[in-house]
Design a protein around this ligand. Structure first.
Ligand code: SF4
Ligand SMILES: [Zn+2]
Ligand SMILES: [Zn+2]
Ligand SMILES: [Zn+2]
Length: 512
C-alpha cells in the first residue's frame, strides 16, 4: 500500500523544507528487456544509481494496456516480481478507466506484488474496437501508447507528487539516443511550460553504454531465461513489435490472440479499406504467405463465424482543406472553406476579380475577394482537408445471415456490390466518391459487431449540404449516443487505494 497521503492538487503546496529533499525515483516499467535490466541493476547496487540502500525511494510503475503477451506477463511474474517483493520495492500498476474524464485507476500499489495485472477496466483493444480502427500514428507519435501509457503514467505522477519534483528513469538503450533526445526535449518543454521542474529524466542504459544486445545478455545472465519483447499482441509498429519471424512465431503459439488481432484488422478495413495493420499490407496478407500459419488463419475464420456481426452504414465526407488564401481571407477559423479557400487564386481571377480600396495617402489595399468562383478560370486545384466519418449500425445478427442480408438489400434496391481491393470485403456502394473536395461516399458493409455508432455533431448538416441526401439510407438500430466533450475535460480523477485525487488534465505526454 502507498504510504503517501493523497496529493489533492488544489491544495496549497507547503513551503519547501529547510534542507532539500532527495527526489524519488520512478521507473516506468514496460516489462521488456530494457526496463528489466535497469531494475536488476538497481537491485544489484542501489547506491551506485543514486538510490537508498533499502530501495525505499524507488517506485516501479507499470501502465497496464490490457493487451500484453501472456508470456511476457508470466516472465515478469515468475522471475522479476519475486526479486522486487523480497526487497520490498514499491510497484504501482495503473490503467485507464475509460475516456479521459473517467480517469486513471490504480489497480495495485504494493511492496509485495505477485502478479502483473492482465487488464484494467478498459483495454487498448476496447478503445480500438469501439473506434473500428487499428493503432495509428499522429504527428509522428503513436496515439495508442500516448493514451494508454504516457497519459496514464503522467496523471498518476501528478496525483502522486503534486508539485514535488521526481526522477523519471527511462529504459532507452544505447541504440536509442535519438529517442532519448526527443524525450528530453519534450520534458524540458513541459518543465518550461509548468514553470518548474516536474521531473528529471534519467537514462541509465545509455549512460552505461548498453545496447539492445548487451541488455538482453545481461538479463539472460541474471534471470537464466531469455526475455522476449513486450508489446501488444496486435502492435503494428516495427521497433516496438518483434521482428516479423518472431512475431508470427508468437502468433502461432497463441492462435486465439492471433484471431483477435486479425478480427480487429478486419473490422478496421471493413470500415476503411486502407486501414490495415501495416500501411500498404495487412497482417492477414502477411500470414497467408507462410503455410505454417494455417492454423492461425483457421482460428480467425472460426472466430468470425462465432462472433456477432453488424451491417454498418458508413458515410464519409472529404472536406476541402485550408490554404494560405483561406487564412488570408478568413483568419484563424474558417468553418466553410470555399473554392478560394482551397486554391491559389489564378492569374485570371486576380486580374478580373480584385477590388482595391484607396486610402488617405493614396495607399491601395486589396479587399477580400468578391469572386464567387463559378468561372472555371478562377478555380485552381483543391486541397485535401479532413475526412469525417459516420458509422451507424443498421442490422445485427450472425455472420452468414449478415452476408445474405447485404446481398438481398443490394438486389432489392439495385445498389451495386464491390469487393475491397485489398481486403476483398464486400460492400454495397450507394454513393461513389467523386473527384476533388468536398467529396462524399457511402456504403453498407458487414463486419464483427463492436464498433460504436458515431459521428460529429455537425455531420448530418454537412452531409445534406454536400450530397443533398438526408440521414442514413437504412434505419439505424439504435439512436446515436452523444458524449459531451467538455464534461470533466479539465480534471482527471486518479482513483487510488488511498482515495481519489482530481488532477489537472495534461495535454501532452512525455512517455510515448
Ligand atoms: S505496444 Fe504497440 S500497440 Fe501497444 S501501445 Fe505500444 S505502440 Fe501501441
Ligand atoms: Zn476560408
Ligand atoms: Zn475569380
Ligand atoms: Zn453527437
Amino acid at each position: 500500500m502507498s504510504t503517501t497521503a493523497p496529493a489533492l492538487f488544489s491544495m496549497p503546496v507547503p513551503r519547501g523544507p529547510a534542507r532539500p529533499v532527495k527526489p524519488k525515483t520512478v521507473l516506468s516499467y514496460g516489462l521488456g528487456a530494457d526496463s528489466t535490466a535497469i531494475l536488476l541493476m538497481f537491485l544489484e547496487d542501489p547506491v551506485r544509481y543514486g538510490l537508498e540502500p533499502d530501495l525505499s525511494d524507488l517506485i516501479v510503475v507499470h501502465a497496464v494496456t490490457g493487451n500484453e503477451w501472456p508470456t511476457s506477463l508470466s516472465y515478469v511474474d515468475r522471475l522479476v516480481l519475486p526479486l522486487l517483493a523480497e526487497r520490498r520495492v514499491r510497484v504501482v500498476q495503473v490503467a485507464r478507466m475509460g475516456r479521459d474524464s473517467d480517469g486513471v485507476l490504480v489497480l495495485e500499489d504494493s511492496r509485495a506484488t505477485r502478479l502483473i495485472h492482465q487488464a484494467g477496466p478498459w483495454r487498448l483493444s476496447d478503445w480500438l474496437l469501439t473506434g473500428g480502427t487499428v493503432p495509428q500514428m499522429a504527428s509522428g507519435r503513436r496515439t495508442c501508447s500516448i493514451r494508454f501509457k504516457g497519459w496514464v503514467l503522467d496523471h498518476w505522477a501528478v496525483a502522486e507528487f503534486g508539485q514535488v519534483p521526481f526522477r523519471r528513469v527511462i529504459g532507452y538503450h544505447a541504440g536509442e539516443r535519438s529517442r532519448m533526445e526527443k524525450d528530453t526535449k519534450i520534458q524540458n518543454r513541459l518543465n518550461e511550460r509548468a514553470g518548474r521542474v516536474i521531473c528529471e529524466p534519467s537514462y541509465p542504459l545509455i549512460e552505461a553504454g548498453m545496447d539492445r544486445e548487451a541488455v538482453e545478455a545481461y538479463v539472460l545472465a541474471r534471470l537464466g531465461e531469455p526475455i522476449q519483447k513486450s508489446y501488444c499482441t496486435f502492435c503494428p509498429f516495427s521497433g516496438v513489435c518483434a521482428s516479423r519471424d518472431r512475431h508470427e512465431e508468437r502468433l502461432r503459439a497463441h492462435p486465439d490472440l492471433a484471431a483477435e488481432a486479425l478480427a480487429m484488422e478486419y473490422a478496421s478495413m471493413a470500415l476503411n479499406e486502407p486501414m490495415s495493420l501495416y500501411g500498404t499490407r495487412s497482417l492477414y496478407q502477411q500470414l497467408t504467405e507462410d503455410e505454417r500459419n494455417e492454423a492461425v488463419l483457421t482460428a480467425f475464420e472460426e472466430r468470425l463465424d462465432a462472433v456477432p456481426f453488424s451491417l454498418y452504414e458508413v458515410r464519409r465526407l472529404y472536406l476541402p482543406g485550408r490554404t494560405k488564401d483561406c487564412r488570408l481571407h478568413h483568419g484563424d477559423r474558417c468553418a466553410r472553406p470555399r473554392w478560394w479557400c482551397r486554391t491559389e487564386r489564378t492569374a485570371h481571377c486576380r486580374r478580373e476579380h480584385t477590388a482595391f480600396e484607396t486610402g488617405g495617402g493614396g495607399t491601395r489595399t486589396e479587399l477580400p475577394t468578391a469572386c464567387a468562383g463559378v468561372e472555371d478560370d478562377c478555380q485552381g486545384k483543391p486541397v485535401k482537408g479532413q475526412a469525417w466519418r459516420s458509422v451507424r449500425t443498421v442490422w445485427e445478427g450472425p455472420r452468414l445471415e449478415a452476408e445474405f442480408t447485404l446481398m438481398r438489400w443490394g438486389r432489392e434496391e439495385g445498389v451495386p456490390m464491390r469487393r475491397g481491393e485489398r481486403s476483398m470485403i464486400k460492400r454495397l456502394h450507394y454513393l461513389d466518391r467523386g473527384e476533388g473536395y468536398p467529396a462524399a461516399e457511402a456504403y453498407l458493409v458487414a463486419a464483427p459487431s463492436g464498433a460504436d455508432d458515431k459521428h460529429r455533431d455537425s455531420f448530418e448538416r454537412r452531409w445534406t449540404e454536400f450530397t443533398g441526401l438526408i440521414g442514413t439510407r437504412w434505419e439505424p438500430v439504435r439512436p446515436l449516443v452523444c458524449h459531451p466533450r467538455t464534461r470533466g475535460s479539465r480534471v482527471v480523477p486518479v482513483i487510488r487505494p488511498s482515495g481519489i485525487a482530481h488532477v489537472p488534465a495534461l495535454a501532452e505526454s512525455a512517455a510515448a
